[in-house]
Design a protein around this ligand. Structure first.
Ligand code: IMP
Length: 417
């Protein structure tokens, strides 16, 4: 099967952008299928660092880059990314395809989401945009093609929440000027991207589906309500990209060698102490999108097993192993208990998750700097044992390990494509 999916196995920020960039060398098409500018992918290419929010990471390698129909797109942010890429000599024109079915993030969505609320969102308008989509009053990228469609959709929005629409200076009788700008800028990129991807797969092209956020932020499977508003699991690929599920090939989960979380919500293995601060500093754990310090903690194999079960991962890519250098002993969560009783599964109830006590297994740490290691076999024995333990506890074989932000700091364990 010429397609693979890369899925975040934790609460996002696992290093999917770097992993995608590494795998893109062999990809013809790279697809973002959910989320929007809440994502933040940092890709280091030689001496250049790119921080992308909407554009698939593959755009830097020259792959056809698709923003598929499961996304909510902030066209102003996308325009900034196009300009950044152009000035770096990587003009995506001709390779960038935007689904005409994707929804737009509109000014009132961002206003409603400002400040992040009690969920601690990224304030990019994601939840309100998906809410309008589900309420069937959203505006889709394809609507930019027609004045009638835009007027019709604005009238629908106006009927549903006139105060919000009035508040951003729009009314139901005229097309706001910004639509002319968006049309001029983006009409050339609009496409039936589902058809394009299905056609590419039929012809044997290699397609990479690049997940954003992570399993525990999935609207359905995650730690609701402290989740994002899209489907971040492998199951989301089919609906979000517009392909039949049987065209999704191998699915790889990306996890850090420890755990981080931004925003509110339960986090059983969180280290609210000096060790947590040390991991944050060593791993530079600050949000790409919001700059917020990330909460840091031990690797949680209970949550990881849940992610593996839900997604059927063919393999795990473990990132940021280098950050754990010098910490001894290392801990990995193996079991949750509530009121002394072991719980068999990752709980649906966030209140229960916030009350669990965690049982840990320990592993020997290592002192060696890993950033110069270029082959898996050359990792120190203690690091190899830690990785073996992660694979055993998650029931999933390792596919690759990452020991730094650069492309050559990814150590292959088995072939991925
Ligand atoms: P939203 O996606 O902006 O609505 O935020 C909902 C929750 O998901 C918040 O806890 C955010 O911090 C979290 N979140 C959204 N996108 C990301 C991401 O790319 N990485 C990590 N956390 C994210």
């Amino acid at each position: 099967m010429p397609s693979i999916a890369i899925i975040g196995a934790q609460w996002g920020d696992e290093g999917k952008g770097k992993v995608t960039d590494y795998l893109c060398e062999n990809a013809d098409v790279v697809v973002r299928f959910q989320g929007g500018a809440n994502a933040g992918h940092t890709v280091v290419a030689g001496t250049r660092t790119f921080k992308l929010h909407l554009m698939p990471s593959g755009v830097i390698r020259g792959a056809t880059s698709v923003l598929a129909e499961g996304m909510v797109i902030d066209l102003d942010t996308l325009w900034e990314e196009i300009q950044t890429l152009r000035s770096a000599g990587l003009d995506p024109t001709g390779r960038l395809k935007i689904s005409d079915r994707a929804h737009l993030v509109l000014p009132h969505h961002k206003k409603l989401d400002a400040g992040g609320g009690m969920i601690g969102t990224t304030a990019r308008g994601i939840g309100p945009a998906y809410a309008d989509r589900s309420a069937r009053i959203g505006i889709r990228a394809g609507d930019l093609r027609s004045d009638t469609a835009i007027l019709d959709r604005i009238a629908a929005l106006w009927n549903a929440h006139p105060d919000q629409v009035r508040d951003v200076g729009w009314d139901a009788s005229a097309i706001p000027d910004v639509f002319q700008t968006w049309r001029a800028r983006f009409a050339p990129y609009l496409a039936d991207t589902g058809r394009l991807i299905r056609g590419a797969l039929k012809e044997g092209s290699r397609v990479l589906f690049e997940g954003a956020q992570g399993v525990l932020l999935d609207l359905s499977a995650g730690t609701y309500p402290y989740v994002t508003s899209s489907y971040t699991t492998a199951a989301g690929v089919a609906v979000g990209a517009g392909i039949p599920p049987n065209l999704i090939g191998n699915v790889f989960g990306v996890s850090k060698a420890y755990t981080t979380r931004v925003g509110q919500g339960p986090f059983p293995t969180e280290l609210q102490n000096e060790l947590g601060d040390r991991v944050r500093a060593a791993g530079n754990e600050y949000g790409t999108t919001t700059g917020r310090p990330r909460r840091c903690g031990w690797l949680d194999a209970v949550a990881l097993r849940y992610a593996c079960d839900l997604n059927g991962f063919s393999g795990l890519v473990l990132t940021k192993l280098d950050v754990l250098t010098g910490i001894h002993p290392l801990h990995i969560a193996t079991e949750y208990r509530i009121d002394g009783a072991r719980i068999a599964a990752f709980p649906a109830d966030h209140e229960a998750l916030s009350r669990v006590t965690v049982t840990y297994t320990t592993a020997e740490g290592w002192q060696e700097d890993l950033s110069g290691v270029r082959r898996f076999e050359n990792l120190p024995p203690a690091a190899r044992r830690y990785l073996d333990l992660v694979a055993a506890l998650s029931g999933t074989p390792l596919a690759a390990v990452s020991v730094g932000a650069h492309r050559d700091q990814t150590l292959a364990v088995r072939p991925i494509w």
